[in-house]
Design a protein around this ligand. Sequence first.
Ligand code: RNT
Ligand code: ZN
Length: 422
Amino acid sequence: MSEQSPITKAYELAREHFARDGIDTEAVLAKLDAVPVSMHCWQGDDVKGFENPDGELTGGIQVSGNYPGRARNADQLRADLDKAMSLIPGAKRLNLHALYLEADRKVERDAIEPRHFQRWVDWAKERGLGLDFNPSCFSHPKSADNRTLSHPDAGIRQFWIDHCKASRKVSEHFGRSLGKASVMNIWIPDGSKDYPFDRYGPRETLKDALDEVIAEKISTAFHYDAVESKLFGIGAEAYTVGSNEFYMGYAATRGTMLCLDAGHFHPTEVVSDKLSAVFQFVDRVLLHVSRPMRWDSDHVVLFDDELQAIANELVRGKMLDRTAIGLDYFDASINRIAAWVIGMRNMRKALMKAMLEPAAKLKAAEASGDYALRMALFEEHKTSPWGAVWDHYCESRNVPVGAAWFDIVKAYERDVLAKRES
Ligand code: RNT
Ligand code: ZN
């Protein structure tokens, strides 16, 4: 018999540890593998896209940093995505924005068609990936005054309605071509910098515009609509039309998915506490896992308490099947591929740790009112040998163990990224 590797040895001990709590780590890893996490294309090029790569990012979101090597075209972005995905275990999807179309001449946003995304579809099909989609209601002259679907001008409003309708066709095409339903998320920057007189009117306008967008029924075998709320944005500090209450009501009454972005709430509010509340009234949730620092800063997702709390909720409350997990951040100050790999690995690591909780014991402790035991179990799980399970998971799924992935990213930076125009 061949010598066991240190990783396997550590895993065997960990496996026994968790088995004592009735947890079958192999079953956990099989379950973990199947949970898709949607990787956001826009970390690779600072949310620029290929419609007008010299254009400015607008809509109250901001990228900071100028680390060299940003993807300048779709082939570069796909190469970067391939590199990142080769370092990330588990089922993955790719989340695209309308800005990432490929066309040989200018295509207006209200005229986008599935064929402008065909190369993405072919790429995803070859890799067995699902695709998700987003209309891009920002970085455009017609969104310059921070009004899109709630715009008071009927012509401009119609332009954005038509963009969202066209986007649904693209999303449906993704679902049909790949056999995996696409989640299409509508986020708009609409709001105002200072106190408005009328808060009611724009919300009524937005409601009607959204109703027009989703009027045509599309099978959920191929496509889901999601709507994303926000507390504020740069230049929309006083009023955001699409607030949490607005979209909560919208999703609940229209049957769309509700998108919860971890950076879109008051600083002491957490998405982890919202999940079990919104799931009483909406069928499906889209998560934009992000890390706000003092504001909606879209920092790289770390393995922190709130990420763990989100994962715990999804697993404990059996909400995973009703949740689409996507990441949403954009950091241009560090190697962009490393940023993807860190966030994606962290998301899955948190899901794994949640699945390894001594759930039966915790449940019993809570039911019997033994809150000291509950606390003790929570605390002990923090240092249980889940790291050994993670290492084994990575090794058995043929992705680098520990920080070994970083050398691969550095080699790619040297050989590929550094040669791109700065
Ligand atoms: C903006 C929203 C939105 C965007 C992406 C690019 O505050 O979070 O989801 O980050 O669509
Ligand atoms: Zn978001």
